[in-house]
Design a protein around this ligand. Structure first.
Ligand code: MN
Length: 151
């Protein structure tokens, strides 16, 4: 099946025909644990990409921020999400919007995966990782200090 396929069948394990399961990030040294990425649509006409990410139990995405926005629809499992100064429990079909320049991290629960669709601009800036000052500011809130994972 080529990149312009009109139809791709889903299989029951959150995999799609002809869609490669990739590493979450290509950049070495960026902190995260047990996350895979599948690019479902990357359409120049839409100027958007729709990705499916899956965080294994106990895993987490990178704590980061950037100019581009994320529009997220939870699909599978359970977890918690930090957006800015708020942490929320999430489950399938909950929506998460990550505004520009806002620190965010997705964590799966210890006993469940966390799968979600994430819509982004095709052209987008590179994520920024927190420096020591940004981490210190985040850690001023006890709940955030206990939540974030940076290794
Ligand atoms: Mn991000």
């Amino acid at each position: 099946m080529n990149d312009s396929a009109r139809f791709r069948k889903h299989d029951p394990a959150f995999r799609w025909e002809g869609v490669e399961t990739r590493a979450y990030k290509n950049d070495p040294g960026v902190p995260y644990r047990d996350v895979t990425r599948q690019v479902l649509f990357d359409d120049p006409a839409l100027r958007c990409e729709l990705r499916y990410f899956e965080v294994a139990p106990g895993g987490y995405t990178t704590l980061e921020r950037h100019e581009h926005v994320h529009a997220v629809v939870i699909q599978r499992g359970r977890g918690r999400v930090l957006v800015g100064d708020a942490i929320a429990n999430v489950m399938p079909f909950d929506l998460v919007r990550v505004p520009p320049r806002t620190w965010h991290q997705f964590r799966a629960d210890e006993d469940a995966c966390l799968g979600f669709l994430c819509l982004v601009n095709h052209e987008r800036d590179r994520p920024e990782l927190p420096d020591a000052a940004a981490l210190a500011a985040l850690r001023e809130t006890a709940e955030i200090a206990a939540f974030i994972r940076t290794e």
